[in-house]
Structure formats: C-alpha cells, structure tokens
Design a protein around this ligand. Structure first.
Ligand code: GLN
Length: 205
C-alpha cells in the first residue's frame, strides 16, 4: 500500500563455504535483513536463500554433515525463493556433468549444468552480459572456474547468455541460477529480484 513501510523480508546466505560475507553485504546494501544459515533452525527463519559460489563438492558434503540437505530440498520443493551463484547454481541443478564421485545436489532446477565448463583457458574471466529481463545496462559478470548451463527444461526461462550462446543465467519459478559471481562486481539486480520473489511468496507486497 502506498506510504506503508514494506514488510521486512529476511534473506539467508548458506554459510558452509564460499563467498558468504560478500552476499550478506550486497543484501544489506539493498536494506534487507540478511543472515548466515548454518543449521536447519537458521533456515526456518528466512524468506529466501542465497547459495554462494565456492566449491560445490564441499558445500554438498558440509550440507549433509550439518543435516541441511534434506531441509533445503524440502524448502525448495515448498517454493522457497533461492538464488544460486556458480557453485550455488551447481547445487540447484537437477543434473550435473563433471560430477565428482558421490557428488549430489539439492536439485529443483530442471537443467543440466557442466562444472568447470570453461577449462583452463577460461579459469577466470570478466565480461558483459545483457539481461533484458532485469532492466538497465548490461551487467559485468565475473566467472571463476565457472559452470555453464548445457540444457534446460521447458519451465526454465533463459535470462542471459555469453556471446557464444552459452547459457549463464536462468529462472524457474522462484529459483534463480547464475554461473558467475555478481557480488564481486557489485551487481545487485539478481539479489533485488530474489527479494521481490520473497515478497511475492510471503504475500506481503
Ligand atoms: N568449480 C566450482 C565447483 O565446481 C565452482 C566455482 C565457483 O563457485 N566459483 O563447485
């Protein structure tokens, strides 16, 4: 309602490994309550979740060790808005290529994601990507041992591609998956979209 204070949304950042602090900073710059999530009890207090970049095999192992894998899968199935970046995108994918032995994902995103898709030549690079759905200028994207999205199901919308056509940003319902690290270049439009999805899901807009 015009003039009313927007209801407070709390966004969690899965804080097992990886770029946790940077995502908390982006969310706080957007005037959003943000907190690390390490336990199922933490998860129960958030309206949306960021799964950061890092190393998907480690995030997988630690999430199982902390008993978070089941609760995260259930939360995704119930419609929790989630933004997965880089290793976080891998954790959201239903199918991965280049899987380490025994590696699992939370799943939910009907996509096949290839780990380390850019080989040693493209270990780390920075480029601009047009994402018309987010509005505004092309965004600056930093790729670090990044995955790419090889194939997507019908329910998935492609938000961004590299010049060679590789898919690097997608949305399916309340799940956002991006292959790069927006938090490094100060890009906050995906976080803003996550917050909007959380408001919508909470029916507080
Ligand atoms: N290569 C990493 C993995 O497979 C992802 C790298 C990243 O998150 N920057 O998990």
């Amino acid at each position: 309602m015009a003039g009313s204070t927007p209801a407070q949304i709390t966004v969690g950042v899965l804080a097992l490994q990886g770029a946790v602090r940077e995502h908390l900073d982006v969310l706080r710059r957007l005037n959003t309550e943000a907190r690390p999530v390490r336990t199922p009890a933490d998860l129960a207090t958030v309206d949306a979740l960021v799964i950061p970049g890092g190393e998907s095999t480690v995030i997988d192992k630690l999430s199982r060790a902390f008993g978070l894998d089941g609760p995260i899968k259930e939360a995704i199935a119930r419609g929790l808005p989630v933004l997965g970046t880089c290793a976080g995108l891998i954790m959201l994918a239903d199918r991965i290529q280049g899987r380490a032995p025994g590696q699992r994902t939370f799943g939910g995103l009907d996509a096949t994601v290839r780990r380390n898709a850019f080989g040693s030549q493209g270990e780390s690079f920075e480029t601009e990507i047009a994402v018309p759905e987010l509005g505004g200028p092309a965004l600056r994207a930093v790729f670090i041992r990044a995955p790419a999205i090889e194939e997507v199901g019908q329910a998935v919308t492609v938000l961004g591609r590299l010049d060679d056509g590789k898919i690097v940003a997608v949305q399916q319902g309340r799940l956002l998956g991006i292959a790069f690290h927006p938090e490094i270049s100060g890009e906050d439009r995906f976080h803003a979209r996550l917050i909007a999805l959380a408001r919508e899901a909470a029916g507080r807009d």
